[in-house]
Design a protein around this ligand. Structure first.
Ligand code: MP5
Length: 216
């Protein structure tokens, strides 16, 4: 089995924690409470905007054949911020909320792995970030009503085009994996697993609120 699939199999239980999650179910059937949507909007805006710092570090460390892909991803993340601003304008909502601790922890983790780990490990984390969102939003897209107000989001991450982009990340990960020693592979698996933990917590935070988990 290819590493890109093996990683999913190893973390399947957590993957199933957001397929579905009350959030993705609410997106699919249109019952997502407005305050939950707005919380997610502000926190994810922050995640994507700050996440570009980690992408820039990966870009600086990239082998030549990965440069185009990473530069394109950096551009796509930047363009995507327009979706968030447009939605915030429509809703009369602000995007300047302070990061809650999950958003902060996830961003810090992306930046730390990009800086400190071998390139392949940072790439595996990026694959985890994008693959998990693709799977979550595709799940919701396949179940969404035709007139859902969430169409731009469903198409952004759940579309076939985004799936093709994620497949490209997987293919490169599998190519990179061929040259890794056992210790780096071990580290890569651990960092991928941690990415899935943070994804799960991000959905939980969006659903339960910034106080999640409650102190004490
Ligand atoms: C993504 C995201 C996908 N926006 N938010 C979380 C919590 N995980 C993954 O990243 P991008 O930059 O929107 O493609």
């Amino acid at each position: 089995m290819k590493l890109s699939e093996r990683l999913l199999q190893d973390n399947l239980a957590r993957w199933h924690s957001w397929l579905p999650h009350p959030f993705t179910r609410g997106i699919a059937d249109g019952t997502l409470p407005r305050d939950v949507f707005l919380r997610w909007l502000a926190q994810d805006y922050r995640f994507v905007s700050e996440g570009r710092r980690a992408l820039a570090v990966l870009l600086a460390k990239a082998p030549p054949e990965a440069l185009d892909e990473l530069a394109g991803t950096l551009y796509a993340w930047t363009a995507e911020l327009g979706l968030f601003r447009e939605a915030a304008r429509r809703e009369g909502a602000a995007l300047d909320a302070a990061p809650c601790f999950v958003t902060q922890a996830y961003g810090d983790f992306l930046l730390a792995t990009a800086h400190q780990e071998p390139f392949a490990v940072g790439w595996a984390v990026l694959y985890g970030v994008e693959r998990s969102y693709h799977d979550a939003w595709r799940w919701a897209r396949e179940r969404a009503a035709p007139d859902t107000p969430y169409r731009p989001w469903l198409d952004n991450w759940g579309s076939e085009a985004f799936g093709a982009f994620v497949a490209g990340l997987a293919a490169r990960l599998d190519a990179l994996a061929a040259g890794l020693d056992a210790a780096t592979l071990e580290r890569l698996r651990a960092c991928f697993a941690h990415t899935t933990r943070l994804e799960h917590l991000f959905w939980e935070m969006a659903w339960h609120g910034e106080q999640f988990p409650a102190p004490g």
